[in-house]
Each structure stands twice: as structure tokens, then as C-alpha cells.
Write a protein that binds this ligand. Sequence first.
Ligand code: NAG
Ligand code: NAG
Ligand code: NAG
Ligand code: NAG
Length: 464
Amino acid sequence: MSKISCFVLLVMGLAFSHCANPGMQLRISDKGLNHANKVLKKVVENQVKALSLPNISGEEDIKGKLTYEVSKIKVEEYQIIDSSLTFVPNVGVQMNIINSKAIVDSTWSVKHWVIKATEKTAIEISGASIVVVFKISKTDTGSPLLSLHSCHADIQKVSIKSNKAIKLMQEKFEKGKLEDYVRELLNSKICSAVTEESKKWADFVNAFPVQHEIDQYTEIDYQLVNPPVFTDRYADVEMKGTFYALNHRTEPAFAPKPFTFSDAKDFMLACGVSDYALNTLSEAYFSANALKITFTEEQINHVLKELYGVSQNVSEARGSLRATKAPVVTLKPQNMTVELAGQIKIAFKEAEKHTSSEFTVDIASSISANMSISEENSKVTITGDLTLNSLALQVTSEDKTQASKFAEVEKSVKSFIETQFMAQLNGELKHGISFSNPNFIILNNLHFYTHEGFIQINTDIGRL
Ligand SMILES: *[C@@H]1O[C@H](CO)[C@@H](O)[C@H](O)[C@H]1NC(C)=O
Ligand SMILES: *[C@@H]1O[C@H](CO)[C@@H](O)[C@H](O)[C@H]1NC(C)=O
Ligand SMILES: *[C@@H]1O[C@H](CO)[C@@H](O)[C@H](O)[C@H]1NC(C)=O
Ligand SMILES: *[C@@H]1O[C@H](CO)[C@@H](O)[C@H](O)[C@H]1NC(C)=O
């Protein structure tokens, strides 16, 4: 639907940016929202207790003019007994505090021709329900934009614990009427307090950073490309998901294609990462000159053994591999393929002949992996099964007299990559590469899928 409306807008020549495809996408399900509600409950309870509330003053005609001012209003206790969070289609999120209770301390100054008193008073509030709808959209710069859409408060019962001055005031009101009066007063004040408070939340959300430095080479831009989409069962957050080299920010020459999540309703969160995002990561590392490895002595000796047999005495052997183009990632169901173009340089001395040899080997290869990610004992483990689809080599050397050795070098390097190098990588991946769960979030029940054009990770969250 949104794609159709985007198309219509595009045809009308309006709002071009509304149709940008995301490079990454998050889906938060109602299961995720239930979990967020548990976390938010504690946050709201603490926020309410930390509220600084304005004085309330007014006057009434109760057998003569009565003026009052309520000051030093402090919520001493606040407990949410029942609450929920729900999606509001096309708008955002609704926070339902279905039942809550509070004890509010305050100082009352009352002036009437029969009373003039200032007194500390405790008010017990129960059966308080508050329904607040937050609209969530996006700013021009791609940050989330939160605003208060509506607020409705209803307090069922108020009881006033008071001393003599307020008792006198209570007597001036008809029985129970003071409580009703305070209840009405509070009902009318809660939403203005919520409005004030939500401005602070909005400032916090609107200032949410949309760029993050990943390591010494790259950063990610995950600004929202479209306003979040809310249905009654989930919310989709569409992010740019572009990686850039830290000191070399150029826009990629390719754009993300649309992608659609497969079913994830049994999980709190689904995260989609497109091949676009992975390829910008690859380009970022490439332009930051980070895609190079130096072979270990053991690895280079393996090549030389292939080349000369064990008897040959070589020294000062060096070898390295660097990418000559950014690797290209293609995602297909259960198949992630990386096309690599690189260059291997090998240099060594032949002790007996007192000569140095140097070869350059250009390689073009394609490697596929069936990857999976699992989680256990707060460790996230990546495992995979690698296949070398193709490998083409071309050997050259500055030293033209070496030309007779090219075929041999090619054979040795090929054998090294096919057996030693791939076997080592495959061994590591089969064994699994583990990361400890970040300490602020615990991913439970993690599921990983490679789809056409994107990776989908479904997960529950154990702790926030
Ligand atoms: C609230 O009332 C107290 C006591 O009367 C007074 O000291 C304080 O200045 C008032 N605060 C505001 C914001 O009017
Ligand atoms: C290799 O060369 C080193 C010195 O360059 C020498 O000490 C060693 O004996 C040689 N080994 C063989 C097997 O020729
Ligand atoms: C994975 O995909 C690549 C092309 O994208 C293909 O060449 C390769 O054969 C596929 N591997 C498997 C195991 O399907
Ligand atoms: C990929 O791995 C999964 C799970 O290990 C397996 O079921 C599936 O057959 C594998 N697919 C391919 C193409 O190897």
C-alpha cells in the first residue's frame, strides 16, 4: 500500500524522499511491545515520583470567598498496578495505565473568613488511569520525531488525610465534595503534567544520534528514510543502513532494493540487513584501505614448499593479500556469496643462489557460505559452511627472468588457497566464531535467515 502511495506521490512530483528504500529495517512486534511495557512501567513509576509539579491556586465561593494555594506538590509513592502498550495504526504507540495508585504530599494554604491556615496534607489517589498516545514520525534530518498525540486521565478515588484546618474546609464543603473537587482538579492537571513531561521525552528522542562509529575504519548512518509504519500488530522502522569510511564519506553508486520480512510475529524483534548495507560496508572498508592481510610464516612457507619442495632453503619470505576492488556480496536463500578481487604479493630470498624473487598474483574468486547465527549461554556464535565457487589466478613479476616459474607459482598459490587457506577459514567457521552478548541487551531465541537480497535476524530480548 505505502509503495503505491509513494508511486502516486512520485508521479505527482512530490515528496521524492518518501519513497527511499531502507538499507536496514527493524520490525517491533506486539510481543516486543509487551516486553517494552514491563521495562517502561518501572521508568514511568520513577519519572512520576521525580515530577516537579507547579503550584495550584484558585478561589471558590463557599459561604464566603475561599482562596487556596497548593504548593510543594510531591508524589511520594506511585505504583502502576496494570498497564499495557499498544500500537495505534498510522500514528504511533499508546500507553495505557489501566490502574495505578499514588500518595501525594503537598502544602495547602487556605484563606476563608473562618479559617486561615497552612498545612501539610497527604492525598491518596487510587484507580487512576491515564491513556497517552504518542505520535512517532521522523524529522527532516532522519531522527525519530516524538510528539504527544492525545492524553486522557481519570482518577476514581481521592482521599484526603488532613489536620484541623483542612478538616474545617472539608466541613465547609458538603460531605465528600472536597474530594470530588480535588479529583476534578487533578484530572484536569495530569494531562498538562504529561504534556510538559513528554516534551522532555521528545527532546531526548529527537536528539537520538543517527550515526555511529563502528571501528577505526567505518561508521554507520542509520537515519530513518521514511516515517515509521504502525499497524495494529507491529511497527516497521526503515533505516538508511549505509556504512561509510570514516574519513572518506562518499555516497555509494548503488541503491537498496525493497525487501519484505518473512513472518516474525513470534519474535519481539526482527532486523533486516540488505545486501546494499553489506556492500556499503565492504566499500567502506575497501576505501579505508582496511582489506589486507599479511600471511603468517607458516602460510607463506606452505606456498614455498608447494613451489620448491622441502629441500629448498629460502629466507626472508613475505606474503600479503589485499583487495583490489571492494568485495561484492550477493544474498540468495541460504547462500551468501562474496566475489573477491585481490592481489597476493610474495617475496623471498633463495639462500644458495643469492637471488631475490618477487611475484604478484592477481586473483578473482567467488566464495559462498551458508551462514547461521545462534545464541547460547549469553554468547552469540556465527557458524558457516564455505564453498569456493571459482578461483582464477594470474601471475606476474617485475623480474622478467622469472617468467618460466609463473605456471608453477600459480599452481602453488592455487593449492595453498584451495587447501590450506579455505580449510583454515572453513575450520574456524565450522567451529563457530563467538561474541559475548553486549551487556546492555540480551538476545534470546536468535534465528538467522539469508533471503533473496537480505539477511533477517529474528530475536527476543531478555534484558534491557
Ligand atoms: C509555589 O508556592 C510556594 C509557597 O507559597 C512559593 O514559595 C513558590 O515560589 C511557588 N512557586 C511558584 C512557581 O509559583
Ligand atoms: C640454509 O641457509 C642457511 C644460511 O643462509 C644455512 O645456515 C643452512 O645450513 C641452510 N640449510 C640448508 C638445508 O641448506
Ligand atoms: C550460491 O550462489 C552463487 C551465486 O550467487 C552460486 O554460484 C552458487 O552455486 C550458490 N551456492 C549454492 C550452494 O547454492
Ligand atoms: C544451510 O544450512 C541449513 C541449516 O544448517 C541447512 O538446513 C540447509 O540445507 C543448508 N543449505 C544449503 C544450501 O547448504
